[in-house]
Design a protein around this ligand. Sequence first.
Ligand code: ZN
Ligand code: ZN
Length: 82
Amino acid sequence: MDNAKKTPVARCTRCGATNTDSIYINMRCQRTLAGKRCSGTLENAIDPSNWELCAQCKGSGIDESTKCASCRGDGWIYCRNT
Ligand SMILES: [Zn+2]
Ligand SMILES: [Zn+2]
């Protein structure tokens, strides 16, 4: 996993967008969906146990030179057990 991406630390409660910078935790999601800003909040997902390296792209976020569909280019899959 030499080219694996950084593990995300925040995840949107609404659209599932991820962020690897902890300054965005508890801030409003930056993603725009169909012209409207997402109303979700980036929740704290800083615990590495929340994330599983994507088996499809081995964490690179790229699958056969396009954005990996399994992890949406993040390289990581959210897997928090509640
Ligand atoms: Zn969002
Ligand atoms: Zn992937």
